[in-house]
Design a protein around this ligand. Structure first.
Ligand code: FDP
Length: 296
């Protein structure tokens, strides 16, 4: 909440966050059970020029309808649509309906990401009031960050959900890393950092190709996930409003750190709804080391 928010505003934002989290949790089993027949390309591309799967469109339509119907939600935006949708008055909700949907064909983990902002879109990172992700793994779980702490839930097939872990914290001793992008496109500071990580005997590679699956491993085991700046894509691949801010907010709330290579993801400012950013999240000492390479 900002210093100028009144008690009523604070309460209505909290109520909107409760409702958004509940809708996303209850939609998750439906999204999951809707996947088998939708492992095919849809007709269009998303605003970032990527082929959409039928499942991306299905999850986006479902979440737009349910979240857009909530009192206290003013704007719905998603990675799958060009412009934000005005749905009333209240918080702005940004969604990546199916993160990692290229994992649909090989049947590997995927997620749904949601960020709640107190302000118009594109929002600033410090406008974020809550973020959550659903992980469709062998079981369906959800991590929710708000007011500086993260709670993990298990979501059952009947759409009920229970707390698994309160106050999720990154373990102090990191053990895993996962780096995206093609290695020939990594730039020199990142290449040097990655070489040191790879030769550290306490760390091992665990990379699944869906950001949420990879970030959840970092939350569970400690370590670092990166989708770095690339020589052919200096801003990397991931989208700030839909992926960078929420994942940075969640990892920081769990005691870790986030960065675009130079500063916390929450301090990165871009004025385009679909702007991209390099993403580095994980244990503080690894992020400090990474940032020192880009400062040289
Ligand atoms: P996807 O394209 O499959 O939806 O931003 C989306 C994302 O997956 C992330 O989940 C993942 O970390 C990254 O892109 C993987 O990208 P590439 O395999 O294309 O490098």
């Amino acid at each position: 909440m900002t210093d100028t928010d009144t008690t009523d505003q604070v309460e209505s934002i909290a109520a909107a966050i409760d409702a958004v989290v509940d809708v996303v949790a209850r939609a998750a089993p439906e999204i999951r059970s809707g996947l088998p027949g939708r492992r095919v390309a849809a007709e269009g591309q998303n605003p970032s020029g990527e082929t959409q799967m039928a499942a991306d469109v299905f999850a986006d339509d479902l979440l737009c309808e349910r979240l857009g119907a909530l009192d206290g939600v003013g704007t719905y935006a998603s990675e799958e649509r060009e412009t934000a949708v005005d749905v009333g008055s209240g918080v702005s909700v940004c969604v990546d309906p199916l993160d990692g949907s290229s994992n649909l064909e090989p049947n590997a983990a995927m997620g749904t990401i949601v960020a709640v902002y107190d302000g118009p879109l594109p929002a600033a990172g410090r406008d974020i009031r809550a973020a959550a992700y659903v992980l469709y793994g062998p079981i369906t779980t959800m991590a929710v960050a708000r007011e500086g702490s993260v709670t993990e839930y298990v979501i059952h097939e009947d759409a009920d959900y229970d707390v698994l872990t309160e106050d999720v914290r990154l373990p102090d001793d990191p053990t895993v890393y996962g780096f995206g992008g093609r290695v020939p496109h990594w730039v020199e500071p990142f290449e040097a950092f990655a070489a040191d990580v790879e030769s550290d005997p306490s760390l091992k590679l665990r990379y699944g190709g869906a950001m949420i699956g990879d970030v959840n491993q970092v939350l569970t085991y400690g370590g670092i996930f990166a989708y770095p700046t690339l020589s052919n894509a200096p801003e990397g691949k991931l989208r700030l409003q839909f992926e960078g801010y929420p994942v940075g907010y969640i990892v920081e709330a769990a005691g870790g750190a986030s960065s675009n290579g130079r500063r916390s993801l929450l301090d990165v400012e871009k004025d385009d709804l679909h702007a991209r950013t390099p993403v580095y999240v994980g244990n503080q000492e690894l992020i400090d080391d990474l940032e020192s390479r880009f400062a040289e």
